[in-house]
Design a protein around this ligand. Structure first.
Ligand code: CA
Ligand code: CA
Length: 258
């Protein structure tokens, strides 16, 4: 057999530890040093500065956020944009993302029913659509009537489909900031699941304990902003340590906008 000498040579070299086996210092998942080794000289030495050692959050420190809007939303936490509905209109969908909560946690949501700006109607001005919003975080945060709600786009006024008129109010540029003054806003109004009529994805995610909210008018209020502040984890979990968060992009902050 011609192959025997080659096989024997490989076996001998392997026994001598000369073959390039994987570095045992690397994790099995991605070949990168384990997170406990970050900052140490795993692999090639690299000068990363001599700053103080800080604890970093892990994925286990995040909670899941499930959000459903009829028809669209954007969500800010403590003034930072963290989620935008990926589908403007239909099909209705659940946005499910991991968030790193910090408390007090300011939550600001802009939700929009699909409605033509001039008529308040949808489907080429043939139909009067209705809205609805629901949210649940893994820390126990849920939507309910304790949230504030204000409509900025109403119509068709009086539900008049033959001669539809609308009413718009300018949206404050700092509506998502934690210190925005919503003290004169009305409380959100809870609506029944039957009234909102959520589609299938809603039932495939955890919204237990959360309530559907909007203003008092599901049909005619088309752009609604919701706000609340969560002082501590509603499920009783301890307040997490202040994790380093960094600053990726502040262009979405009203005070930084040009
Ligand atoms: Ca509507
Ligand atoms: Ca709708």
């Amino acid at each position: 057999m011609k192959s025997f000498p080659s096989l024997a040579l490989v076996t001998i070299i392997g026994c001598l530890g000369l073959l390039p086996f994987a570095d045992p210092g690397q994790s099995q998942e991605d070949g990168k040093p384990g997170s406990h080794e970050r900052g140490k000289s795993a692999g090639k030495p690299r000068d990363k500065g001599s700053g103080p050692k800080i604890a970093n959050p892990r994925i286990s420190d995040t909670v899941r956020a499930n959000i459903y809007a009829d028809n669209w939303f954007q969500l800010y936490l403590n003034g930072n944009l963290v989620a935008v509905d990926s589908i403007s209109f239909i099909p209705h969908n659940v946005v499910s993302v991991d968030i790193l909560p910090e408390y007090p946690m300011s939550i600001a949501v802009m939700a929009k029913d699909n409605a033509d700006p001039d008529t308040g109607l949808e489907y080429d001005d043939t139909n009067l659509g209705d809205g609805g919003f629901i949210l649940k975080f893994g820390d126990g945060t849920v939507t309910n009537a304790s949230w504030k709600a204000k409509s900025f786009f109403h119509g068709p006024i009086g539900g008049d489909l033959r001669n539809p008129k609308t009413r718009h109010e300018p949206i404050p540029e700092d509506w998502f900031e934690p210190d925005f003054d919503d003290s004169d806003w009305a409380d959100a109004v809870e609506h029944s699941e039957q009234a909102v009529g959520p589609k299938e994805p809603f039932y495939e995610h955890d919204f237990a304990g959360a309530r559907w909210i909007w203003t008092d008018d599901l049909a005619l209020d088309n752009t609604v902003i919701f706000r609340t502040t969560i002082a501590s984890p509603p499920d009783g979990s301890p307040i997490p340590r202040p994790w380093p968060r960094g600053k990726i992009d502040e262009s979405n902050r009203a005070d930084k906008a040009k």
